[in-house]
Design a protein around this ligand. Sequence first.
Ligand code: AMP
Ligand code: GLY
Length: 429
Amino acid sequence: MKLLVIGGGGREHALAWRLAQSPRIQTVYVAPGNGGTALASNMKNVPISAIDDLIAFAKQEKIAYTVVGPEAPLAAGVVDAFRAAGLKIFGPTQQAAQLESSKDYAKAFMVRHHIPTAAYQTFTDPAQAKDYITQQGAPIVVKADGLAAGKGVVVAMDQAEAHGAIDMMLGDGSFGAAGARVVVEEYLSGEEASFIVMCDGQHVLALATSQDHKRLKDQDQGPNTGGMGAYSPAPVITPALHNRIMREVINPTLSGMAKDGIPYTGFLYAGLMIGSGPDATRSLKVLEFNCRMGDPETQPIMMRIKNDLTGVFELAVNGRLDQASIDWDRRTALGVVLAAKDYPGTPRTGDVISSLPEDTQECVVFHAGTTLDDGVLKTSGGRVLCVTVLADSVKRAQATAYAAIAQTHFDGQQYRRDIGWRALPGGSA
Ligand code: AMP
Ligand code: GLY
């Protein structure tokens, strides 16, 4: 069996890695892939990204099905195009992907279907947006409507910062179409967790819970990033909360999409803010939807899957997800991202990755911004590697991960030293 994974980040390396372990697999193609997928014996990079070329490739290679990693091809309609060409693919249609590609669409959808989320208003006029901010007071959150590669959210601690965000997004055009509208929303406090499910339009299969670390520096300080590390499970999500999330968020979202005539297929990622208090009553609100898996959440989640993942996707693309199950390793998986110099600003690229630990059953280095340049592994993006481990406890996982990082080197590497801290005793928000 040959499969195609679209994307080239750490999430796609982890998906391809887990799929490639199946004895049914001949090759997992990754388009475009990265240095890590280039080095793996049962994966092959294909340097294409245009949807028509991907379709031609999938036909020519008789790909059994395609799995889409990132949001951009989904928002561009890759799923619609593959299906129109008679090809199996796992992901949401362009219309369904609006849950991520338009914050205004997602907010209006949640209000319409009574899914708990922060109060908000949408603006195109900067003066009106600023008046609303003055009325509401800070802290307050300003979000660009469209896809902004993780840079479209400003959590403003005072009014001046919020007004500045309005000027930046609506004012100077630096956000392009993504910033033509902004959502201004109520500030929520609590603990964040990622809840990701697979959907086939009718049935749903929940993945293990996870939590990522969005800020660049230890103790959640410094600028927001795409994610500096993640772990699974997220102990904040107890079985009781799990049930509430399914009942209050996931099921109404899927039935709401179906009612709106847009049945949801693919991964659905709900970013949640969980307030304090007893599980039965603590507040539970959706911060965002993503129409894909998280990066780096995918890396620890893939480490914990014990059964053959190829069969799960096969059932999913055939609308039979009700027959699928995933066998989860009970251990903790934890991934630490190594980022390039100057990330999350414009990262320096081209640094030689001069040493890496050997992959073992308990420790895998997933690549993201890496490239194989004439046989030399070099950095090529902001988030470079994610060192991911499995261990009996969060503390042991940290020890194993940081020991592996001590064997990793490229100039300018930066990483957090506290990944998983909230899951340690006394660490919870
Ligand atoms: P988003 O892309 O919507 O998840 O936003 C990125 C990050 O901004 C989230 O992970 C939160 O840390 C933060 N954030 C988003 N919305 C809010 C909110 N309403 N209140 C507080 N923090 C938020
Ligand atoms: N790690 C957050 C995301 O993938 O959106």
